[in-house]
Write a protein that binds this ligand. Structure first.
Ligand code: FEO
Ligand code: CA
Ligand code: CA
Length: 745
């Protein structure tokens, strides 16, 4: 979902959390924020030129949703397409020669008997409909016999995250006929609907008569919601920290929540990341004392829930039923272990969750060995027989960290097609070592182990860890203890199949300052070296509003390495920004972007796809997707950024910068409709059909305008001819090349 920078953050934006007040890795330095040249360009010929190009681009692309046949090229050239211009149009724009069509949108029925979606706020039964805010997504092929197939390119399952709802108010107004209640208590009927639009879809899709469609009555279709029974797996299973009224044994919890990025295991299951779950829970104002100020208070504060925190939607007020009570995590019962209330309920969220998309009978499992945080994607290193598996993950909040899990079990190629996929998950994901990244200015770094055998963890005075389960549940505190590097909001990560290098998007950070004050602001450092001011209209956006992409190359030991080298692959920036300090990668008008978020390497073409979730450049362009053919760590060199301190003197920040992209190694491929974020990407195995998600079009619509569709900031996808009603809907789209070629050629 969209995360605006500080000046735009409403008090209820749970996606811009900053609970990291640990003292590690800060410099006490000073600043002179630099104005981007954009403010100058906007008033002059440059700004006019950009707007003019945008207008031409839209007509050249024909709005993008319609097929535009072109002659078949003589030979495939990756990134051979013409770049798509930036745009504010309420449409999906793709390159000439490509087509995009809507496949599966909010509310679409998943059974033969579910009524068609009216899209007027009166629909219910979301347990049998597509959820909202489509996000990460993975493909699971099906053969003609309905069995799993790694080759099938015309029939498969899409497993799709449904992260959240569009919620400028307490209720999610597009979901309710008249916008819903905006005061507490919330009616059960509204709460039930809002809960059910969260979670995951599994939906069958197929190509029939040359056209992609979803299969409404497929027996594979299903929804997981925040009420679905889920197993706790790994070191925290059965631990005291997971004991609740729902599961006195601490072995289960209900559902998965705020599912953001995804991953796909080498054995063919879905991994889904739970991101901004903390904001759904409430604590009473006197809960610290009720807990006798024990260490659970430290843990709750570190995960964004100080006492008195209000919940995002007030779901706890839906009624006396247990399914509402669970959202109040205050200590209310008299038991010593928490088996009579939900004081531990939030410890059941924040994991990588494994789901067998092919098998409805298998409960999802929360893989606690991979730690607990605001999870995004989970990307596997390239598996090597006889070697452990590595899984890379980011924690998306300001000043949080990057992690790696290394399995105890070594990879056996026979496990690529197992008879029991979830048991294979048990083998590789329930036992291993968890590490957090520390970056050095010279381009090296360390993976620091988070375990009870690390005395820096066990000796941490702020929080005394009881056991490995405690580390798996309170991972952020363990990472604080070892002095990990605080990053500019780690979002998705992906692994380059060509060389195993690991790429992370760092979407933005409104808390970087040359002259930091308070516990949440940080000075620039080698891995997060930029501090500048970006103008959005007349609004100054401070910190690192545009974000960057960092990549790492493992040292000796590959997956199990404890050292790495790194550089910054790309700095996101406006093309017109200062090239010395802001647009350091020299992005052109065909390449410029802000707030990279989704990142997926195509296993077929090897193209690195970069998607944006931006609030900084959105006065000039809607969110977008770019295609990249990156080089490798170390293909550029050292750079020193010099900042003028407010008290005088210079702050010099050494960093490592990758080789600047060329016109044929980075190009904008797609621009989405108004107010959306582009997220999630998966392909058929032949690379010829790509599925991506358009999340929250029209997000900036005011509830006061609900009755007047003409005032919606987006009417997509109804304006693309899809479905009833004018209310904007998150949706999966499918992209094909008109000449039948691979996507990105
Ligand atoms: Fe759901 Fe951090 O994006
Ligand atoms: Ca994200
Ligand atoms: Ca984001």
């Amino acid at each position: 979902m969209n995360k605006p920078t500080d000046s735009l953050v409403p008090a209820t934006d749970f996606n811009n959390e900053d609970s990291n007040s640990s003292s590690n890795a800060t410099f006490d330095q000073v600043l002179s924020a630099r104005l981007s040249r954009r403010g100058v360009l906007r008033g002059g010929a440059g700004g006019f030129g950009a707007a003019l190009l945008g207008g031409i681009g839209i007509s050249a692309c024909g709005g993008g949703d319609a097929a535009t046949p072109v002659p078949t090229p003589p030979a495939e050239q990756l990134l051979g397409f013409a770049a798509v211009p930036k745009s504010l149009a309420d449409t999906v724009a793709v390159p000439v020669g490509y087509s995009a069509s809507v496949l599966y949108a909010l509310g679409d029925p998943l059974t033969a008997t579910t009524p068609a979606f009216k899209n007027d706020g009166t629909d219910s039964d979301f347990e049998t409909r597509a959820g909202d805010h489509h996000d990460g997504m993975e493909w699971f092929g099906l053969g003609a016999d309905g069995k799993p197939s790694t080759l099938s390119a015309d029939r498969g399952l899409l497993a799709i995250n449904h992260e959240a709802t569009t919620d400028q108010t307490l209720s999610s107004f597009f979901l309710h006929a008249n916008g819903g209640t905006t005061t507490l208590p919330r009616p059960a009927s509204e709460v039930d609907k809002e809960v059910a639009i969260h979670g995951v879809s599994v939906v069958e899709v197929r190509k029939a008569a040359g056209k992609w469609e979803y299969v409404k009555d497929s027996s594979f279709n299903r929804r997981l919601t925040p009420l679905t029974d889920v197993e706790i797996a790994g070191p925290a299973r059965g631990n005291a920290l997971l004991v609740t009224k729902y599961s006195a044994t601490g072995t289960k919890t209900r559902g998965t929540l705020n599912n953001c990025g995804t991953g796909k295991t080498p054995w063919g299951t879905l991994l889904t990341g739970e991101e901004n779950w903390f904001g759904y829970f409430t604590r009473t104002a006197a809960d610290d004392a009720a807990r006798s100020n024990d260490k659970s208070v430290t843990a709750l504060n570190r995960y964004g829930r100080t006492q008195g925190a209000a919940s995002r939607h007030g779901w706890e007020t839906g009624g006396s039923d247990d399914k509402y009570a669970r959202w109040n995590i205050s200590k209310q019962g008299s038991s010593a272990d928490g088996s009579d209330d939900y004081r531990n309920e939030m410890n059941g969220m924040g994991y990588i969750v494994e789901i067998d998309a092919y098998d409805k009978t298998k409960l999802a499992r929360k893989r606690t060995a991979l730690g607990r945080m605001a999870k995004e994607s989970a990307a596997f290193g390239v598996p090597a027989a006889g070697q452990p598996l590595a899984v890379y993950m980011g924690d998306d909040a300001r000043n949080e960290y990057m992690y790696k899990f290394v399995s105890t079990a070594t990879w056996s190629a026979a496990d690529a097609n197992p008879s029991d996929r979830m048991a294979t998950g048990d083998k590789y994901l329930d036992s291993g070592k968890l590490y957090v990244a520390k970056f050095n200015a010279d381009g090296t770094g360390q993976w620091l182990e988070l375990s009870m055998s690390n005395s820096t963890v066990t000796g941490y005075a702020t929080y005394r860890f009881a056991d490995l389960a405690d580390i798996c549940v309170n991972t952020r505190l363990a990472a604080d203890a070892v002095g990990a590097t605080k990053m500019d909001r780690p979002e998705w990560c992906g692994v380059n199949p060509a060389n195993g290098e690991v790429y992370f998007t760092l979407t933005n950070n409104s808390n970087r300052r040359v002259d930091p004050t308070g516990s949440s602001q940080l000075a620039p450092d080698a891995a997060n070296p930029r501090v500048y001011t970006d103008m959005k209209g007349t609004t100054a956006q401070a910190g690192n509003p545009n974000g960057h992409l960092l990549r790492m190359r493992e040292g000796t030991g590959a997956a199990a390495a404890t050292t790495f080298t790194w550089d910054i692959y790309l700095f996101a920036a406006e093309a017109g920004a200062d090239k010395a300090m802001i647009n350091i990668s020299g992005l052109t008008a065909d390449q410029d972007m802000s707030s990279p978020d989704g990142l997926v390497f195509s296993p077929n073409t090897g193209i690195c796809w970069i998607q944006t979730d931006d609030g900084a450049y959105t006065d000039v362009t809607n969110c977008m997707m770019l295609a990249a053919v990156p080089g490798r760590v170390g293909d550029g060199g050292k750079k020193t950024l010099s900042y003028t301190r407010s008290a005088g003197g210079t702050l010099s920040v050494d960093t490592q910068v990758g080789k600047a992209p060329a016109a044929d190694t980075l190009k904008r491929f797609l621009v989405g409709p108004a107010g959306c974020e582009i997220t999630g990407l998966t392909e058929t195995p032949d690379g010829k059909a790509m599925f991506i998600n358009i999340q929250h079009p029209g997000e900036t619509t005011s509830q006061a305008n609900l009755a007047d569709p003409g005032k919606y900031t987006s009417q997509w996808p109804s304006n693309a001819g899809y479905g009833a009603g004018k209310r904007p809907r998150s949706a999966t789209i499918v992209i094909t090349k008109n000449d039948g070629g691979r996507i990105g050629s």
